[in-house]
Design a protein around this ligand. Structure first.
Ligand code: ADP
Length: 456
């Protein structure tokens, strides 16, 4: 059920309940008020009649006959009057009673109120004794019909029920209309969101409403989310473009070389070996690229690391031994090596160091030096990979950790680089809660420092 309708129903129901309580209270007060007014009217008439009776018989007690003044002067529409003898016999009654008499409660007259049904109409009355010369000479009985009172109450009932129902309906409709107006931006947002989802037009934005109300805030948050989605989507597109471009180059090389071998049937053995060597290098590059892409994908999907205490000094020595044979013409040194333990994934940490040392070797000309060092600097453990190579220009430093970024693409590619190494290394170090720092002077060399939180 739409929120608009639900709100309208809720408001209608709450207003209806309040109106019901109010109506019932009003009706009860009114009914009681009308009843007491009727009672007062009856009491006044009883008093009046008794006074008239006493006046008419002020001296007539001797003759022993009660003089009853004409009762018709006391009657009014729907006011009935009756005079009874002390034994309850009806002595006289107003003309509007015709053949009927007012009932005497419990047979004998007794002072008090009574109600009865007279000709199908409910009446309410009172009986009182009239004392003349010290004894009860008669009883007077006055009753008024409830018809008028009933009519007023009935009208009130209808007014309350009809008016109440109308008011509840009006409140429901108005509240629905207001809620509809207030929620219109939400429908608009939903429409835009759907359109964006379908078209992937993450550059679209919602109309900014009043930033101080909830919907304005929602639009603002939504736009922020769109901005970050736009960025992520653009980065993903760029990544895919870069990746396919990088993959295409070796593939084109391989195809070209294979075509060449196919075309030249009697290729001299030496040339054939050259072409095959080139194909092999391209295949190696392809597999390195695929491995790097896989490593990145693994980091992007947030794959859990297997965290264990790792003896980093052993890892550094391991890396040193592994790269030693590739450091042709370079002086690969192992400087300070303080025993240190970090909490991490040993394979991933080794990957980081291999990337850094491999870069240092690749970007350092023959005769240069690459130094590895491991130091404890509580609360960190730092690994330095320092080279005396070509260095990195200050304007390039902010980019080196970006995916596929290379200061000199042709040169990096020639040296087997994919432009992903540092991005992968940074991803792994970030996952370990550490950081990679770099200091470099063009022409003098670079120093990459991996800082990891020390364990224990
Ligand atoms: P690549 O595969 O190209 O080496 P990386 O992500 O490992 O990709 O490095 C990005 C770029 O940073 C490199 O292309 C290179 O220009 C620069 N770079 C990285 N390490 C060094 C270094 N030790 N000395 C000089 N330049 C470096």
């Amino acid at each position: 059920m739409p929120i608009r309708v639900r709100l309208a129903l809720w408001h209608g129901a709450i207003f209806g309940a309040a109106l019901l309580v109010f109506g019932v209270a009003l009706y009860a007060i009114m009914a009681r008020h009308l009843a007491s007014m009727a009672d007062e009217g009856v009491a006044g008439r009883v008093e009046h009649l008794a006074t008239a009776l006493r006046a008419a018989n002020a001296d007539g007690r001797m003759s022993n006959t009660l003089v009853i003044p004409p009762l018709d002067t006391f009657e009014e529409a729907e006011v009935y009057v009756q005079v009874l003898a002390p034994d309850g016999a009806v002595l006289s009654r107003s003309g509007n009673l015709k053949e009927q008499s007012l009932p005497i409660p419990q047979g004998a007259p007794r002072q008090g109120e009574f109600s009865a049904v007279l000709g199908g109409v409910e009446v309410r009355g009172s009986v009182a004794p009239v004392a003349i010369g010290g004894s009860t000479a008669a009883w007077v009985q006055v009753a008024v019909s409830n018809r008028q009172r009933e009519m007023v109450l009935q009208r009130l009932r209808w007014a309350l029920i009809g008016g109440g129902a109308g008011a509840v309906a009006l409140v429901g409709l108005l509240s629905g209309a207001l809620a509809g107006r207030a929620l219109a931006p939400v429908s608009e947002m939903a429409e835009t969101a759907r359109a964006i989802a379908l078209s992937r037009g993450f550059d679209r934005r919602l109309k900014a409403g009043n930033p101080r109300d909830e919907l304005g805030q929602l639009a603002l948050t939504f736009n922020e989310m769109l901005a970050s989605l736009e960025k992520a989507y653009a980065a993903q597109e760029q990544f895919a473009a870069h990746a396919s471009h990088e993959l295409r180059a070796p593939l084109t090389g391989i195809r070209g070389n294979l075509d060449l071998m196919g075309m030249i049937k009697d290729m001299p053995e030496e040339e054939r070996q050259q072409v095959l060597g080139q194909v092999r290098r391209e295949v190696e590059r392809l597999s390195r690229l695929v491995n790097d892409l896989l490593a990145l994908a693994r980091a992007d999907t947030g794959q859990e690391l297997e965290l264990r205490p790792v003896e980093l000094d052993a890892v550094v020595v391991d890396v040193y031994r592994q790269v030693l044979p590739t450091a042709n013409g370079l002086d690969l040194r192992l400087a300070t090596l303080e025993p240190s333990v970090v909490q991490g994934d040993e394979d991933r940490l080794k990957e980081v160091l291999l990337i850094l040392v491999d870069n240092a070797i690749r970007y350092t000309p023959q005769g240069g030096t690459v130094t590895l060092a491991l130091r404890r600097e509580p609360p960190w453990v730092s690994v330095d990979v320092e080279d005396t190579g070509m260095g990195i220009a200050p304007e390039h430093l902010p980019h080196i950790f970006q995916r596929f970024w290379r200061a000199d693409p042709a040169r990096s590619r020639d040296r087997g680089g994919t432009g992903l190494g540092l991005a992968i290394a940074k991803g792994i170090v970030d996952q370990h809660g550490g950081e990679i720092l770099v200091a470099s002077t063009p022409g003098r060399g670079s120093r990459f420092t991996v800082r990891l939180p020390a364990h224990g």
